[in-house]
Design a protein around this ligand. Structure first.
Ligand SMILES: C[S@@+](CC[C@H](N)C(=O)[O-])C[C@H]1O[C@@H](n2cnc3c(N)ncnc32)[C@H](O)[C@@H]1O
Length: 271
């Protein structure tokens, strides 16, 4: 895996740094490097998107394609500020060593790797086969046994009701085009007394100039269907969506970056 990262870096360097063979230093700054990479990614998404559109791909295929492409770069940002890391710290108090956990939208299994030794079993699902493949490589490299992953969405008839003690839905609620159905399904899959733990970027509450610009850009790109569904939510909408699905809210707070909202719902025991 390390070797793969190394070779990825080398090829990126070759493509973007414009280093001369005599090792004279690169003339582009890290910011320019990042911008070129972002433009490269957008251009390749646009290119593949266009062909899928011509072939008449449906919404699920386009969403899968988008995340498959993101998977190549998903692990490059390992910053401890990533919201899922903060969410994992906050989530630990809800986890027991006997728990059966579902990681909904597990991507490349980063969260599962961090939590595997604190719970009984974790099953990760993701719509993107490439995310799942990358995650499986990492899990196999570390020899972690109490995890399993599948290419699936929560709506698939994959699991039986009341299978899990905890469902993690980190950075996924805003991506669901049928949020109501997905949360109702999460409720169904939890055992009574179980927790749904969410963290959601609530960009409608963005305060910094940069985040507001991202908000506007996403509004345009999702509006013209260049990106898959991204809900530009307020934190109260996330909490209300959980309540409407039947959950009792047991915690709600902003993580360090104010627009990252952490909400935990409990499936209360009915007497
Ligand atoms: C922003 S990433 C978050 C990943 C991870 N939970 C984290 O916090 O690092 C969203 C992930 O959800 C997946 N995804 C998007 N829509 C999905 C759906 N309807 N069902 C399952 N996975 C989905 C994407 O493929 C992607 O891996």
């Amino acid at each position: 895996m390390q070797q793969k990262e190394k070779s990825d870096n080398i090829s990126t360097e070759k493509i973007f740094s414009m280093k001369k063979s005599d090792d004279t230093p690169s003339r582009i700054s890290p910011a320019q490097h990042g911008l070129i990479q972002a433009l490269y990614l957008l251009a390749s998404v646009a290119f593949k998107w266009f062909f899928l559109w011509i072939r008449g791909g449906n919404k699920k295929q386009r969403t899968t394609l988008f995340w498959d492409m993101i998977s190549e770069r998903y692990d490059l940002d390992s910053s401890p500020d990533r919201p899922e890391h903060k969410a994992v710290q906050n989530a630990r108090k809800y986890l027991k060593s006997s728990d059966s956990v579902l990681d909904f939208g597990c991507a490349t299994a980063g969260v599962m790797l961090r939590l595997a030794d604190s719970v009984g079993f974790i099953h990760g699902i993701d719509i993107s086969p490439k995310m799942i493949e990358a995650g499986r490589d990492k899990l196999a490299d570390r020899g972690i046994a109490n995890v399993e992953t599948s290419t699936a969405t929560i709506l698939d008839e994959y699991f039986k009701p009341e299978t899990f003690d905890v469902i993690l839905a980190l950075n996924i609620v805003h991506l669901l085009d049928d949020r109501k159905r997905a949360l109702a399904r999460a409720y169904e899959l939890l055992r009574p007394g179980g927790y749904l733990i969410t963290v959601t970027p609530c960009l409608a509450e963005a305060r910094s100039f940069k985040d507001r610009m991202i908000y506007v850009l996403l509004l345009i790109l999702t509006g013209i269907r260049f990106l898959p569904h991204i809900g530009l939510l307020r934190s109260v909408e996330v909490a209300n969506a959980l309540v409407n699905a039947g959950f009792e809210i047991v915690e709600t707070k902003n993580l360090e970056r104010s627009e990252q909202h952490f909400v935990v719902g409990k499936k209360v025991l009915l007497s």
